[in-house]
Design a protein around this ligand. Structure first.
Ligand SMILES: Cc1ncc(COP(=O)(O)O)c(C=O)c1O
Length: 347
């Protein structure tokens, strides 16, 4: 079976499993009081080139987003994000739960990216100080977006600048941040705090970790709050050292970027194969390891019946394809061949 449903479906990278194994010697202080968690802070500071950044390991991307955002908004706040953002469409309102009732508000833009003029217009139309209206408090950018497009650092900086002029804080949902950093070849700092980002959800599970994610905080006051917020939501795990060991291995010697480069490359190869087929259309440009694709319903039906290439169907004629660190060149060439054959047989 060729797995193209999600990078979440992939396994754990051997280097990360080895780090868990290596951490499994002797005993260590629980709840993050261990040396491996201390080391994680150092590694995060070095990779993000920030002297005081702090990392809070959590067990899911939803937890990272909702807890990070809860520390940035009052209960009467509005979190502005693109209408396709995972926090708005796919997290069951977790941000509103942990944010004490804060709401999410969509700001449009092409390619699933927030448009600077739309953001200015949204902020310009707010009745600031009127308790009848939720008060925009955070801009959350999904990087890369849920459609596989990725802001460049200068776009993040522009949007963060507009938000900051109105006193908003800035959050990045980086469930696949490694793929965006690898695609743009930029410094992680340029994509985040140097562009004005306060809090980052650092994805790792989709890119080879075992239920290990982190909230990375570039502001000490917010970090102080997260000590309590992570505990109250049940994310200060007693054996945190095993999450910290994974995240440290992930960020050490560029492993996270090598794995992301591989999944990006596999997707680029697959896209090249699909683009050569009459009857297959890309819905969005493809910056990272995700593509949304239109093809005849009969071709999708046939591929689903055979079940040897698996993907998510997003509509009658639309599918989503995602490669992972585990996807091979053979996987994508075979997938390309099968897509071409299914389309030929359907027409
Ligand atoms: C962009 C994005 N953000 C956040 C998440 C949430 O991660 P989790 O499913 O671990 O809660 C996902 C998961 O698919 C995602 O795609």
């Amino acid at each position: 079976m060729i797995e193209l449903r999600s990078d979440n479906a992939a396994g754990v990278a051997p280097e990360i499993l080895a780090a868990v194994q290596a951490a499994n010697t002797g005993s260590a202080l629980a709840y993050g009081g261990d040396d491996l968690t201390a080391q994680l802070h150092d590694v995060v500071r070095s990779v993000f080139d920030h002297p005081t950044a702090r990392a809070f390991p959590v067990t899911s991307g939803t937890a990272a987003n909702s807890l990070g955002l809860s520390a940035l908004t009052p209960p009467w706040g509005a979190v502005l994000c693109h209408p396709t953002a995972h926090i708005m469409t796919s997290e069951g309102g977790a941000t509103s739960l942990f944010g004490g009732g804060a709401v999410m508000q969509g700001v449009a833009g092409e390619d699933a990216l927030v448009d600077p003029d739309a953001l200015r217009a949204t902020l310009g139309a707010v009745r600031w100080g009127d308790p009848h209206e939720s008060q925009p408090s955070v801009l959350s950018l999904t990087l890369p977006s849920d459609l596989g497009t990725a802001y460049r650092p200068e776009q993040v900086a522009e949007l963060a600048g507009i938000a900051r002029e109105r006193g908003l804080r800035v959050h990045v949902d980086g469930a696949r941040l490694a793929n965006a950093v690898a695609a743009h070849g930029c410094a992680p700092a340029d994509m985040t705090w140097r562009a004005g980002v306060d809090v980052l959800s650092l994805g790792a599970t989709k890119n080879g970790a075992l239920s290990a994610e982190a909230i990375v905080v570039f502001d000490e006051e917010i970090a102080d709050q997260l000590v309590y917020r992570t505990k109250r939501s049940g994310h200060v795990t007693s054996k945190m050292r095993f999450q910290s060991a994974q995240l440290t291995a992930y960020l050490t010697d560029g492993l996270w970027l090598r794995m992301a480069q591989s999944s990006n490359r596999r997707m680029a190869e697959l896209v090249a194969a699909l683009e050569a087929v009459d009857g297959i259309e890309l819905v969005e440009r493809v910056d990272v390891n995700m593509a949304w694709v239109d093809l005849p319903a009969a071709a999708i039906d046939a591929l689903e019946r055979v079940g040897e290439v698996v993907f998510y169907r997003m509509g009658a004629t639309r599918i989503r394809l995602v490669t992972s660190w585990e996807t091979t060149a053979e996987d994508v060439s075979e997938a390309g061949r099968r897509f071409a054959q299914a389309v030929a047989e359907a027409s």
